[in-house]
Structure formats: C-alpha cells, structure tokens
Design a protein around this ligand. Structure first.
Ligand code: TXA
Ligand code: MG
Length: 368
C-alpha cells in the first residue's frame, strides 16, 4: 500500500498555516499522475519529500534559490550545511558541475545509480544557497524508481537533504517523514520503507587523494577497488576543523540520551547490565540496542522491565544499518529516558553503522 500525503499545491508562505491532506493510494505500480502533481509543485517552487533507497529526502528545484531556502526553514537546518543535488541521468551532471574528472567517471560507472554522493567543483548554475557558499557541490543519482521518476518528471536537478527535522534520526519510512515534516512541506510522496536505510557515502573528489567525508552503504574497500587509495575521516574527529560542514552538527539524535558502550563483548554486555540495574532502581525507562547474539542475555534478566531492540545479527551489518534509525525512533515513541547501546564491528559497512551511533551518542561513550 502506498500512502500519499498532499499538503498544499502552491508555494507556501507560512509553514505553520498549512493544512494536511492525507491520501492513501493502493496501487503497487508507480502512480505517474500523482508523481506529476508532485513534480509540478516542485517546479513551481514548492518543497516535496520523496523516498530514495537510502533515506527519504526533502527536495526543491536546485536552480531556484528561493525554493532551496524553504528546505532550510522546514528542517530547521543551519544555512552553512550544504545540500546534495539529485539527478536522474548522468548527462545532467553538466548542468550541475564545472567538469567531470576521470576519477568521477570511474566511480559513476561502478556505483550509479546508487548510494554514493560525489563532490566536484560546482557549475555557475548552482546557487550558493545549495552549497552553503562553497565552490563545490555534492551530487547523487538515486537508485530508487520513485525517486528517479519524480526527478525526471520535475525536469530539474533536485537539491535534497534527508527529510528529518535537523538533528533527528534520518527517516527510513513515510511515517517518519510525516512525524517530522507534516505541515512544514508542500507535499510528501509516501512510498515504501527505504531499502538501504542509511545515508549515502559522501566522497570529496576535489582533493588528492579523495576523502570520504561520510561513511555509508558503499564502503572504502569497494571505492578503493575502483580508484585506488582514498582517505577516510574518523567518526570521532568532530573536534577537528570540519572539512564537511555537516560534520560539526548534532546528528541522528533520539530524544533520550544515548550511551555507547565500547569494548570486548562480555565486558560490554556486563557494563550495560550494570548500568541498566542502576537506572531501573531509579525508576528510569531504558532502551537497550544490541545484536541478535546478545538479546537473550538481556531478556533473561530484564524482560518486561526494559525495551530491548536487536538491530539484527552481528554477522549481517547491512541488516543492522537498515534497522538503526527505525529503532531510535521507536525509543522516542515509547518515551524511554535512557538508551544504552552496544557497539559493533567496524569492518565494511559496519563503519557507517558505528559512525551514526557515535554521532547519536554526542560523545557519551563508555569504554569497557
Ligand atoms: O542518502 C543521502 O545522501 C540522503 C538522500 C536523501 O539522498 N541525503 C542526505 O543529505 O543524507 P544530508 O543533507 O542529510 O547530508 C548531506 C551531507 C552533509 O553532511 C553535508 O554537510 C555534506 O553532505 N555536503 C553536502 N555538500 C557538500 C560539499 N559541497 N562539501 C562537503 N560536504 C558536503
Ligand atoms: Mg541528514
């Protein structure tokens, strides 16, 4: 079932004043007529949330300065945090960037359409409001059919950050977008759950060697197989001067403080058990994030007293990343007061998982 929400068709003047009209569409196929309406809203200068294979995005015509500004207002996003421009075909790169170096061509051939964002020198057509004043622009071609059809129908490059309120966990299903942005955007294209569930890998190709600014579904190893040596920014390096403006902001934060426990498996589980006991004694409502392999150890002690959420098997990090944001939002719904999270292997896509957990913890890390 596809749930669709149309909020308003013309440009919004006062985001608080919007009426929310919710429309349920049951056809399995892409509803081109509905997408055409959403595309018209975007072309007229409105903002539209749409699904992608990574997370939902909130889009505006990337060539329209005023439209792009509305995204920052709707999300409460600081204006010095630049946006990713989304295109539906490689030819459209020439609208967005000044030129396409060989290294970019290789990555595009291998990973597009898909969850890889590349940063190149921007073209003159891209307004500085998109790039937050930078001479570079981030570009991505999503793999999701609805996203591609929507961008194609819009007929313009689409600037789109993740469709969450600034600082909140990224949205991996329509309900998350409705929760955060209902009444703040002109239209929500509500499709199914995002398949990947974590944001794209962001790589800056204007430096030599290229720098991975945000780990994502495409791993460093996969990228190095195609273009050789690249550098990766450390998740803990927020203290350094950020190369990517987005790195300095609070991110992926559930409402309750999240403490991340890092160490050998047995020590980590024991520390989480000890902390849970203390919080339970103080009548706190706790959420535990763990892997399948450890779930029973918590359930045998705390069943019915603590919210225990496994992200999946520790051997399947791609499932764990897919579930992370959803679990964080569930804890919000249940009004837990403290989240205690295990840490996981940083091999391959585990790197992206740990990057998001470290950021969600805002530095509350217990080494055990
Ligand atoms: O999967 C994704 O990438 C999703 C979907 C909607 O495409 N989008 C997304 O956008 O995660 P956002 O805005 O939440 O994250 C974009 C990141 C931010 O950390 C931003 O600072 C960085 O990319 N970024 C964008 N343009 C940049 C630039 N020119 N130089 C350095 N970093 C840039
Ligand atoms: Mg985001």
């Amino acid at each position: 079932m596809r749930l669709s929400v149309i909020l308003k068709e013309d440009n919004m003047k006062d985001i608080q004043a919007l009426n929310t009209k919710i429309e349920y569409i049951t056809n399995k196929d892409i509803d081109a007529a509905f997408l055409e309406n959403a595309a018209i809203i975007l072309r007229k200068g409105g903002i539209v949330a749409f699904p992608t294979e990574t997370v939902y995005g909130i889009g505006a015509n990337a060539l329209d300065e005023d439209a792009v500004k509305k995204i920052f207002v709707a999300k409460g996003r600081p204006s010095d945090n630049p946006l990713i421009v989304h295109i539906d075909k490689v030819e459209d790169l020439k609208i967005v960037v000044a030129d396409v170096p060989e290294v970019a061509k290789k990555l595009i051939d291998k990973f597009w359409a898909g969850p890889l964002t590349i940063i190149l020198k921007k073209s003159e057509k891209i307004p500085y409001v998109v790039t937050a004043g930078l001479e570079t622009v981030a570009i991505r071609m999503p793999a999701d059919d609805i996203a591609c059809k929507f961008i194609e129908l819009a007929g313009v490059p689409v600037a789109a950050p993740s469709a969450n309120l600034s600082g909140r966990p990224s949205p991996t299903c329509a309900e998350h977008v409705i929760e955060d942005l209902s009444g703040r955007v002109d239209c929500i294209i509500a499709g199914s759950k995002s398949k990947v569930g974590i944001e794209s890998t962001v790589i800056d190709l204007t430096s030599v060697p290229p720098v991975i600014l945000r780990p994502g579904f495409i791993t460093k190893e996969q990228i190095e197989d195609v273009i050789g040596n690249v550098v990766e920014i450390d998740s803990d390096s927020n203290k350094d001067i950020p190369i990517s403006p987005g790195l300095k902001y609070r991110h992926y934060s559930p409402k309750a403080p999240l403490t991340l426990f890092m160490g050998e498996d047995d020590n980590m589980v024991q520390e989480i058990v000890n902390s849970s006991k203390k919080y339970i004694k103080d009548n706190k409502k706790i959420g535990i994030i763990c892997c399948d392999e450890h779930k029973n150890r918590y359930e045998s002690l705390f069943k019915g007293m603590v919210y225990i959420q496994s992200l999946g098997s520790a051997n399947k990090p791609e499932t764990m990343v897919e579930n992370l944001f959803e679990v964080l939002r569930k804890f919000d719904k249940w009004n837990v007061t403290h989240i205690l999270s295990e840490s996981f292997s940083e091999v391959g896509i585990g790197k992206a998982l740990m990057n998001r957990l470290v950021k969600a913890s805002s530095g509350r890390i217990v080494r055990c």
